[in-house]
Design a protein around this ligand. Structure first.
Ligand SMILES: [Ca+2]
Ligand SMILES: [Ca+2]
Ligand SMILES: [Ca+2]
Length: 282
């Protein structure tokens, strides 16, 4: 109930007898409008290990509708799920996986994956609200390490150079480094020709064991094992270009000179000029 009082704006002139104020009661009818359903809590956070298989139940994310006098049914749908990992039951808000959750996905930032859902009521007109599900993914060892870089250059003779290699692994420590580096036993010339020395947890150095190795391209298998609870191991190939070197330890192959300086076209053009000049002098 609301009481309204009406008064003269200008003060009454003196001498005028102030009449008794009259009061009247105004009743206001408030019309119920449709409010949007709200997710609670929003955002909702869940924490779990990555690798959860497809068709697993993940969480229940429900909204409540502030309308009490209108009988409303809420239904759910997905709004934003960049990796397309999830589905929501339209009737009860149960979220399950439709793909394997992967912490190393480009859609996961700082172990967090965000998806957005929508709740709609059946009011007239209908109203809707959105809610964010934040999934914090704990790392498991699901990536084997591999050698980096994949290509290197080395001189035909062991001095003065060696190749520094590192291991890359998509996981976090301890599912990544420190690593064990190893050259395979077979083929036998691998261990005969090369030495692999571990420098630190992530790095190793590769050098020639023999006094001379002929120029050419060699595909060297390197086995790297991570420190995971269930360690993962992988043999990846380092493509090594063995070349003749100058005293600085730089490759002096013709191919390299051309790449660094003049292109083939320029060299041909110079040769043509020389031939023309030679022709004119005769
Ligand atoms: Ca509503
Ligand atoms: Ca790993
Ligand atoms: Ca992982």
């Amino acid at each position: 109930m609301l009481t309204v009082v009406a008064e003269n704006e200008v003060p009454l002139a003196s001498g005028i007898h102030r009449t008794r104020q009259s009061t009247s009661t105004v009743s206001i009818r408030v019309i119920d409008v449709n409010e949007s359903p709200n997710f609670d809590p929003n955002p909702k956070q869940v924490k779990l290990e990555e690798g959860l298989p497809q068709w697993s139940m993940l969480a229940t994310f429900t909204a409540h509708d502030p309308d009490r006098y209108m009988q409303q049914t809420i239904s759910y749908s997905k709004l934003f799920d960049p990796a397309n990992w999830l589905e929501i039951d339209p009737n009860n808000g149960r979220i399950s996986t439709i793909a394997v959750l992967d912490r190393e996905s480009p859609y996961v930032k700082n172990n967090l994956y965000n998806a957005t859902f929508m709740a709609h009521d059946n009011g007239i007109p209908p109203a809707s609200g959105t809610g964010t599900l934040q999934i914090y993914l704990l790392d498991i060892n699901d990536n084997a390490p591999r050698v980096f870089p994949q290509e290197a250059e080395v001189c035909e003779r062991p001095e003065p150079n060696a190749i520094n290699i590192t291991a890359v692994d998509g996981d976090l420590n301890p599912n990544a480094g420190p690593y064990a580096f190893e050259l395979p036993n077979r083929p036998s010339d691998i261990r005969r020709n090369w030495t692999l020395t571990r420098i630190s947890g992530d790095h190793a150095q590769l050098s020639l064991k023999i006094s001379y190795l002929e120029s050419g391209i060699y595909e060297l298998p390197i086995s790297i094992t991570d420190s995971g609870n269930l360690p993962m191991s992988n043999t990846t190939y380092l493509r090594i270009k063995v070349c003749q070197c100058d005293h600085h330890g730089d490759c002096v192959d013709m191919e390299r000179i051309m790449a660094a300086g003049l292109g083939t076209g320029a060299i041909i053009a110079i040769l043509i000029c020389i031939i023309i000049l030679l022709g004119k002098t005769h």
